[in-house]
Ligand binder design. Structure first.
Ligand code: ADP
Ligand code: ASP
Ligand code: MG
Length: 421
């Protein structure tokens, strides 16, 4: 282990030049503690959204390669400005993009996974005493093609860089002062967790708690990298530590509630009840990197030997998924695919759930008391997810927090406006 800390600052933390100067102070503070520092930054404020909007003003179907060329410019701006801010304070800093470092990814645009990070140049700069400012979110293929890791992917860049460099820890600085039992913008009385296990955080993040990119948690778990989620605006607060299970006691069956509003449900109706149908549908989608989430197959209708297969995917994958499903005409009838966009996925998560009977019934009772209809249910060892209508999302998250005792009187510190959910 070396005295190296990787810090990551998200979009809101670098939204304008004053905020970048503020980030420089946090970096300098860490450096003055005697640590080597690598800083990973996202694009400024809503830059990535803005770039996406411009692309869609030009064409509704921009190519995935050009999207990556475009979006990767956002992080290029913030690394250069932060390096300048550090230099202006008298510190030796250097900015580097993914291509310069060699953050090698697979050859997939828009959601590439990191394969390898070259550490020679990073180490050389660190040995020279420099603070290295790294562009998050971007990667490069072995052939020199620019890729991006998927929205929110700078968290993953940071944890991957920390793991490659064998850092002491990776600090994710953001606009909230830690990981809460649920999104504090929805439940202001949500309580902050001091610790959370990798597995619980992985479920929370995968189920929509966008405070951390799920693949960042996966990477942290793989390399046993301690991650702190903490506020950019309150450096005295150590935030939430994410770490391995053996280091902590599990006392509550449910530790968090997550909400994901970004999915759509597809119901493929009247497919023949015979071997190979599900395989055909889901292979067609996975071959094009479309992830499928909750899947339910209904009982076969005996009179005509058919059933229905319902599943959820990300809203952004919908046009492509419909195009692909249209190509397996001989197996399914696209006119019989129902698209349900009124989907909110509400999930409860907790490693302590395994040994606590009655958690599922308590969750379903909460929905019943609010007269909320559950459209689909899925479970794993440490989570239960229910799909409900969007209009009921906020009320159910609040009610679940109350039911599972996840509230506190500590009011969450969140910068920015409430999301429009
Ligand atoms: P950044 O730009 O720093 O990457 P993000 O917007 O991606 O920040 O993530 C921070 C946001 O995550 C918070 O403002 C908060 O609204 C949201 N969030 C969702 N679920 C949680 C949770 N369980 N705990 C804390 N924040 C959460
Ligand atoms: N700038 C990218 C995004 O907005 C990556 C990130 O912020 O993590 O998704
Ligand atoms: Mg983020």
């Amino acid at each position: 282990m070396r005295n190296l800390v990787v810090q990551k600052f998200g979009g809101t933390s670098v939204a304008d030049t004053d905020k970048i100067m503020n980030v420089a102070k946090s970096v300098i503070r860490e450096k003055e503690l005697g640590n080597d520092v690598v800083v990973v930054v996202s694009a400024m404020g809503h830059t990535t959204d803005y770039l996406m909007k411009m692309a869609h003003e030009i064409t509704q179907t921009p190519s995935s390669r050009e999207i990556d060329m475009l979006l990767s410019t956002g992080e290029g701006v913030s690394i250069a400005l932060l390096a300048m801010a550090l230099q202006a304070q008298g510190y030796d800093a250097v900015s580097m993009n993914a291509m310069q470092i060699g953050i090698i990814t697979e050859n997939i645009h828009n959601k590439a996974r990191i394969i390898n990070i070259k550490t020679d140049k990073l180490n050389k700069y660190l040995e020279d005493g420099k603070i290295v400012v790294v562009a998050g979110f971007q990667g490069v293929t072995e052939d020199g093609e620019i890729t991006t890791l998927g929205r929110g992917g700078s968290d993953t860049s940071a944890v991957a860089v920390a793991s490659a460099l064998k850092a002491m820890r990776c600090d994710i600085y953001t606009d909230v002062d830690g990981v809460y039992t649920t999104d504090p913008r929805i439940v202001p009385k949500a309580s902050k967790m001091e610790y959370v296990t990798y597995d619980e955080m992985l479920e929370l993040a995968s189920l929509g708690a966008n405070v951390l990119h799920p693949r960042a948690v996966e990477t942290a778990k793989l390399f046993d990298m301690p991650v702190r989620v903490r506020s950019s605006f309150n450096l005295e607060d150590y935030g939430t530590l994410i770490m391995g299970e053996n280091k902590m006691e599990l006392c509550k069956p449910v530790t968090g509630v997550a909400l994901d509003m970004s999915q759509v449900r597809l119901v493929v109706c009247d497919v023949l009840d015979e071997p190979g149908i599900a395989s055909k549908i889901f292979t067609t989608l996975s071959d094009e990197n479309i992830s499928v989430d909750t899947i339910i197959q209904s009982y076969a209708r005996l009179h005509n030997n058919t059933n229905d297969i319902a599943f959820t995917i990300s809203k952004t994958d919908l046009p492509r998924a419909m195009e692909l499903l249209g190509k397996i005409k001989h197996k399914i009838d696209v006119d019989k695919i129902i698209i349900d966009e009124d989907i909110a996925k509400v999930s409860i998560v907790g490693a302590g759930m395994i040994d606590s009977p009655g958690v599922a019934s308590k969750m379903f009772n909460t929905f019943a008391e609010l007269n909320i209809n559950i459209k689909m249910i899925s479970t794993s060892e440490i989570k239960i997810s229910c799909l409900i209508g969007k209009a009921d999302a906020n009320a159910s998250v609040k009610a679940l927090c109350e039911k599972f005792d996840l509230e506190s009187d500590v009011v969450a510190v969140v910068n920015g406006d409430l999301p429009n959910v």
